[in-house]
Each structure stands twice: as C-alpha cells, then as structure tokens.
Design a protein around this ligand. Structure first.
Ligand SMILES: [Zn+2]
Length: 364
C-alpha cells in the first residue's frame, strides 16, 4: 500500500512539472521576456501615456536610446539615464530632455487631456533628433516630481540595442494621501477571449470578478486603477505601465485557467481549482501576496489548490516593478469549477476573499 502511495505521488509530481498548469495566458509568454533574454517587444511604448488615481496623476514621456553592446557594458544591467532639466514655476512645468529620442508625438494629447484632473495643457517641441522640450500647464498647485522609469530594451540586430522607457512626471495634490495604490488587471478582453471551455468566455468572467474586487478595495480606502472596465483589448505593457508610472504598491492580474485540449479528464480533475503566479526574479517578488491570496480565495470558494507558480517569463509579471501576481481563480475546462463560476455569487465571494488577502498583506 505504501509503495502504491509512493507511485501515485510520483505520478503527481511528474504531472506537476510537465503540464503547463497555467494555459489560458500562454500567448503572453511568447510576446516578451525580461528574465529570459531581456527582450520586450511592444510598439505601444512610443506614445505619451497618462494614468490617474485619487489625489495622483502620472504622465509618461516615452524616450528611446540606441547603442551597441560594447557601449552599454553588461546589457542586462544597463539603464537609460536621460539627461533632463526641469523648471517648475507655479502651474508651469518645463522639462528639457536631451541625449535621448523622445519617441511620442503630440497626436494623442487630446486623449491625455481628457478627464485629466491635473494637466490643463501640454506642448511638445522637438528641437532636434535628441533634444525635446515638454511644457505642461497644471491645474492648481501640485507636488510635481520627475523621474526616469527603469529601462526596457530590445535587440535591433548587428549587436545594436534599443532602450525604451519613460520619463515619469507625477502630480500629487498637497493633501497627504498614504493609501496604497493597486492596479487591477482583468485578463484578456476584446478579441482575446481567454479560456472558452464549458460555454464560458474567460474575458467576461475575469472582468466581472475584477470589477467586484475594485469596488471592494475602493470602499476599503485603497486607490485603484483598473486596466480595462469594458470588453476591450489591452496591450501587454499597457497593463503594467500604470503600475510603473503611478509607482503602485501592488499589481493584481485576474484570470481563470484552461488546459490544453489533449489533456485527459484525469489531469483536468487534478488541476482544477486555484493557483497564483508570481515572479521570483522581480525586484520586489509577489510571492508573499500570492501565498495569502491563494489561501484566502481557495478556502472561501472551496476550490482545490495546486502549488504557486514561479513564472519569471510572463510578460505582466516581468515588466511590473512592484510586487505582481496573476491569479488563476478556477479552471474553466473542469465542469465543477465552470459550473460554480456561472453563479455570480461566487465572483463576489472571490472579490471578498481578495479584499481580505489585500488587507492581510498590507496591514502587518
Ligand atoms: Zn487567462
């Protein structure tokens, strides 16, 4: 009997390491890896970006810089340090940027200024290829801080590299607001359906849970930015840029899992339930929150659990500089999990458990 138990346990271990136990987001792993080969491909880095939460706004001025590996030394450690000078006079902010290419254009300033609480006007003057001036008119007296965001780079071939990053301009009201900033990221959306087993569109389920998590956390006093609040496509780095530009305290991505079509029912049964993904190589790994979250959610909705997944190559986990997790709430190809999540009551239970987990994480 003991021998039999050992064999069963051995099979379980083999399955654990061989099966891709987070399948619904597999497409994301092919797009970008920071830890694997330090490449991040994403064209959405060439636009001015603006994000806002209670008492704080953040403008990202996109910059790029090209160099050879010999110029950069250790390419993985190289950081773009744009030269810039700032002058702040009342509600006028002038930033002169040199030695890098400001890649963004003024064509999306209308969307930057829409519903913008802190910026009344913005102007871009490209003085030459490597020098630009950004003039910002703020609405009222604000604390304005300017910092470069950590680098991202991609290979241009021929031993040439391009670094893309932002100069981050934050605007904070003079009121002191120490409440934590959390980015909620509902997985998939728009043409990206996610898991589609058992008559479910994962993108819809993720959004339903995420909106409830947002409402719960806002009521509890956290400052929340949600990466989508409708059925729209969101670029991979558009998910983590708000975390980096707003200097968020937590990035919380919400998914429901699937498994490859050729996996047998026994495996589906084994991998039903809840797990949480994190990145052990991140500057601030999310493992601690992942542990609390998995326990809280699985014990609330009574799901099976399987071990936390260390996934350093996953785009959203490798490009956020704050603790980041991706929750696979349930597995939609399992009949039991799928049936349970058809009841919106259980989405609410997941949201309530998420609030308890966040509280436990921040209130130590
Ligand atoms: Zn997913």
């Amino acid at each position: 009997m003991k021998k039999f138990k050992c064999i069963v346990f051995g099979i379980f271990l083999v399955c654990t390491f061989i099966l891709p136990v987070s399948y619904c987001n597999a497409e994301e792993t092919t797009t970008t890896t920071e830890a694997n080969n330090s490449k991040v491909y994403d064209l959405q880095q060439d636009a001015f970006k603006y994000y806002q939460v209670e008492h704080k706004g953040a403008l990202g001025i996109p910059v790029s810089y090209s160099c050879t590996e010999s110029e950069a030394g250790d390419i993985r450690k190289y950081t773009v340090e744009p030269n810039y000078s700032e002058s702040i006079d009342g509600n006028k902010v002038e930033i002169l940027i040199s030695q890098v290419n400001v890649t963004g254009e003024s064509d999306n300033f209308d969307s930057v200024l829409k519903d913008n609480k802190y910026i009344k006007n913005i102007k871009l003057d490209k003085l030459d290829n490597n020098t630009a001036k950004v003039d910002i008119e703020t609405s009222g007296k604000l604390n304005v801080k300017i910092n470069p965001v950590k680098r991202r780079y991609s290979s241009l071939g021929d031993n040439k590299y391009e670094f893309k990053t932002f100069i981050d301009v934050t605007f904070e009201e003079k009121v002191k607001d120490n409440s934590n900033i959390i980015i909620i990221d509902p997985g998939h959306g728009g043409s990206e359906l996610g898991a589609t087993d058992n008559f479910t569109y994962e993108k819809q389920l993720n959004l339903d849970i995420s909106k409830r998590v947002k409402e719960n956390l806002e009521k509890a006093g956290y400052r929340i930015y949600i990466t989508r609040d409708n059925d729209s496509n969101v670029g991979l780095l558009d998910r983590t840029d708000p975390a980096n530009l707003l200097n968020a305290d937590l990035f919380f991505c919400i998914h429901n899992n699937s498994l490859p079509l050729d996996v047998n029912m026994q495996s589906v049964y084994m991998f039903r339930g809840t797990t949480v993904l994190y990145n052990s190589t991140a500057p601030k790994p999310g493992r601690e929150f992942a542990t609390i979250l998995m326990r809280e959610v699985s014990s609330t909705i009574k799901t099976n659990t399987y071990p936390l997944q260390d996934r350093p190559n996953l785009a959203v986990l490798s490009s956020a500089w704050c603790p980041a997790v991706l929750m696979e709430t349930t597995v939609e190809c399992d009949d039991g999990d799928a049936k349970m999540m058809m009841h919106r009551l259980n989405s609410q239970k997941v949201a309530d458990a998420s609030l308890r987990a966040v509280n436990k994480y921040f209130i130590k």
